[in-house]
Design a binder for this molecule. Structure first.
Ligand code: 5GP
Ligand code: ZN
Length: 119
């Protein structure tokens, strides 16, 4: 696992407003913005404001923050017009495709879902 800390964490910089993002929703605990390299017509990242490297670490740290990213993900799917047809993906670890070590959920929709990976 990487040793990224909040001071060099890309998503902490987005949370802090230091890097611009295409925001679609937010709550007091989480933000949701469009992925810079979309893998589907709807591709939104839901990110806790709190820095934890993985969703597992977030779950260990805060029930409320964990619940909130999934609540906000469902709200994003409603807003995007796909409340019954979306996929949530969480990559954990480099070997599984995680590239940003700040917990996040991908919300994907608008493409035919196959067995293959989307992100
Ligand atoms: P991971 O591979 O860690 O599961 O997902 C990280 C995601 O962050 C990737 O889908 C990547 O396209 C996205 N990403 C990387 N840098 C940026 C950025 O600066 N802005 C936005 N909006 N997305 C980013
Ligand atoms: Zn962070």
């Amino acid at each position: 696992m990487t040793s990224q800390t909040p001071s060099d964490c890309l998503f902490c910089k987005i949370v802090a407003g230091e890097i611009p993002d295409d925001r679609v929703a937010e709550s007091d605990r989480s933000i949701a913005f469009r992925d810079i390299k979309p893998a589907a017509p709807v591709h939104v990242l839901v990110v806790p404001r709190r820095h934890e490297p993985t969703v597992g670490a977030l779950a260990a740290a805060s029930d409320e923050d964990l619940a909130d990213i999934f609540r906000l993900a469902a709200r994003v799917a409603e807003q995007e017009g796909v409340p019954d047809a979306y996929r949530m993906i969480v990559n954990t670890g480099t070997a599984a495709g995680q590239t940003v070590f700040h917990a996040h959920v991908h919300v994907l929709a608008g493409a035919a879902f196959t067995e293959g990976r989307m992100v």
